[in-house]
Ligand binder design. Structure first.
Ligand code: 5MM
Length: 343
């Protein structure tokens, strides 16, 4: 595969494909495993992820890249094959989460700042040697009374841009993920409030990317959709989410960016698919629009697996089903009927 940043970024948003976010840190994967009553040991985490990466139908036809956690990038399958090689053999690009997590921001109660810039240049060099060709850094923006603040939006955008510049120096495509959370506490957190905050965050991020001389052609944006908060008194329809998201992105994301790969952020599997498909059906658009889902790609597979070897085939078929549905959505061709037929 070409080593040019622009080519890697294009491969990550290839037609009808999207990214599998399997980069749950140790605490998050433990929560996922707790939900199915499986202990979060290194071996179980390996078995679960190996099951996903060996799901040929999904991996070869619908997945362009996989975001890994540090442990997974170094792990071997049960037969000794490095997990990275399974991903490459399926024709997908291996990626690595490089942020050190969103921590309480000093002086800004209720807000977070993502850490991880110290030593990042050396870590990126090592990750490149281990096969990673893209990376991910997630900034978290909360919505609440008086939140987010300018200080928080600015500091997170600056860190994202510093990270992106370091990635490109190392020959690694940065996924830039400013996530405006949908689980805020306030009833007034409707889709319009999400629109304002998302527009603000994205404008600030692209200002900072420009100032840090980041090559837009060699990055992928991973934003939230413009959606009502979980506790909003009014819930936007799927059509409204699609229309507002596309409008917000068109007003903030330069056309030089090759692709936008959404996070699912707590939407149900089918909602995340429906929204993506509606947006793509609104084309032509200046960039590719696809998925980089964690929960919305894995939830059904995780449940079907349940930690048991005898369930591997069923879990792989649950994963392949979701991946296929999202592959269709990335082309604007998903429908509820197809969902039922394929299931
Ligand atoms: C897979 O989850 C990712 C890692 O989360 P932690 O660092 O908290 O363990 C997460 O960043 C994920 O890639 C994005 O939030 C998108 O995942 P969802 O589930 O929102 O699609």
């Amino acid at each position: 595969m070409s080593e040019r940043l622009e080519d890697i970024a294009q491969a990550m948003v290839a037609d009808g494909k999207g990214i599998l976010a399997a980069d749950e840190s140790t605490g998050t994967i433990k929560k996922r495993f707790d939900s199915i009553g499986v202990e979060s040991t290194e071996e179980n985490r390996r078995d679960y992820r190996e099951m996903l990466f060996r799901a040929d139908d999904a991996m070869k036809n619908c997945i362009s890249g996989v975001i890994l956690f540090d442990e997974t990038l170094r792990q071997k399958a049960a037969d000794g094959t490095p997990l990275v090689d399974l991903i490459k053999a399926a024709g997908a690009v291996p990626g690595i989460k490089v942020d050190a997590g969103a921590k309480d921001m000093p002086g800004f109660p209720g807000e977070k700042i993502t850490e991880g810039l110290d030593g990042l240049r050396d870590r990126l060099k090592e990750y490149h040697g281990l096969g990673a060709r893209f990376a991910k850094w997630r900034a978290v923006i909360d919505i609440a009374d008086g939140i987010p603040s300018w200080g928080c939006v600015k500091a997170n955008a600056h860190a994202l841009a510093r990270y992106a510049a370091l990635c490109q120096e190392a020959g690694i495509v940065p996924i830039v993920e400013p996530e405006v959370l949908m689980d805020g506490p306030v009833a007034a957190h409707d889709a319009d409030r999400c629109y304002q905050v998302t527009e603000w965050a994205l404008n600030t991020v692209f200002d900072e990317l420009f100032e840090q001389r980041v090559l837009l052609e060699g990055m992928v944006l991973k934003p939230n959709m413009v959606i009502s908060g979980k506790n909003a008194s009014r819930q936007a329809s799927a059509e409204e989410v699609a229309e507002k998201t596309v409008r917000c992105l068109k007003s903030t994301v330069p056309a030089a960016v090759p692709g936008i790969a959404f996070l699912s952020g707590g939407q149900s599997d089918e909602e995340a698919t429906r929204h993506l498909s509606l947006m793509n059906a609104m084309g032509p658009l200046p960039w590719k629009l696809t998925f980089s889902y964690g929960r919305a790609l894995q939830a059904a597979a995780l449940k079907a697996w349940g930690g048991k070897t005898e369930n591997v085939a069923a879990a792989q078929s649950a994963f392949s089903h979701r991946a296929r549905m999202n592959g269709l959505a990335a082309a604007g061709k998903w429908s509820a009927d197809q969902e039922k037929q394929a299931a």
